[in-house]
Design a protein around this ligand. Structure first.
Ligand SMILES: [Fe+2]
Length: 199
């Protein structure tokens, strides 16, 4: 079965003023679609065809860079759209909040470390909250790389490719990373992934 582009879970203008309609039209409709199209073309000649997306991502890492980059970006963006919501940010569900305080000392410190990872990711990439060894940690990765290939379970990720913020923030990546964590994150979805990751 071919990989398919998911619908955005909200209207293209629903994340304004933090992420514009124009950004989502390019980012979802064009960039994400291109990853899906490229991955499907590369899967035609791969023995990973028909496997789950997670198996394709992990199975192609270090072996088939073209397929890996496009399939991982498909996984990353599928989650990215759900990691945001209109009127996001705000209160973090209790169990997750406690786990964040256990791991970072405070929610403010988690936010500070998360933003710092995004700001210091050199060039295109992602910054993450992951579950590894039972704790929540911050990671950053280059290009399409995903914590899954490093034995960590991503529960939140933000795209710091310029296509994600340049229309709205120009070169102000720190402002974009701050707006993401303060005003865009869907903490209920992060809490769901955290609960699954610690099972
Ligand atoms: Fe992206």
């Amino acid at each position: 079965m071919d990989l398919t582009l998911p619908e955005l879970p909200y209207a293209h203008d629903a994340l304004q003023p933090y992420m514009s309609r124009e950004t989502l039209e390019y980012h979802h409709d064009k960039h994400h679609q291109a990853y899906v199209t490229n991955a499907n073309n590369l899967l035609k000649d791969s023995d990973l065809k028909g496997r789950s997306l997670e198996e394709i991502v992990v199975g192609s890492f270090g072996k088939n860079p073209g397929l890996f980059n496009n399939a991982a970006q498909h996984w990353n963006h599928n989650h990215f759209w759900k990691w945001m919501k209109p009127n996001g940010g705000g209160k973090i569900p209790g169990v997750l909040e406690k786990a964040l305080v256990d791991s970072f000392g405070s929610v403010d410190k988690m936010k500070e470390d998360f933003i710092q990872a995004g700001v210091t990711q050199f060039g295109s990439g992602w910054h993450w909250l992951v579950v590894k060894d039972g704790k929540i940690a911050v990671m950053k990765t280059a290009n399409g790389e995903n914590p899954l290939v490093h034995g960590a379970k991503p529960i939140l990720g933000n795209d710091v490719w310029e296509h994600s913020y340049y229309i709205d923030y120009r070169n102000r990546r720190p402002d974009y990373c701050k707006a993401f964590i303060e005003n865009l994150v869907n903490w209920d979805f992060v809490a769901e992934l955290h609960a699954a990751a610690i099972k």
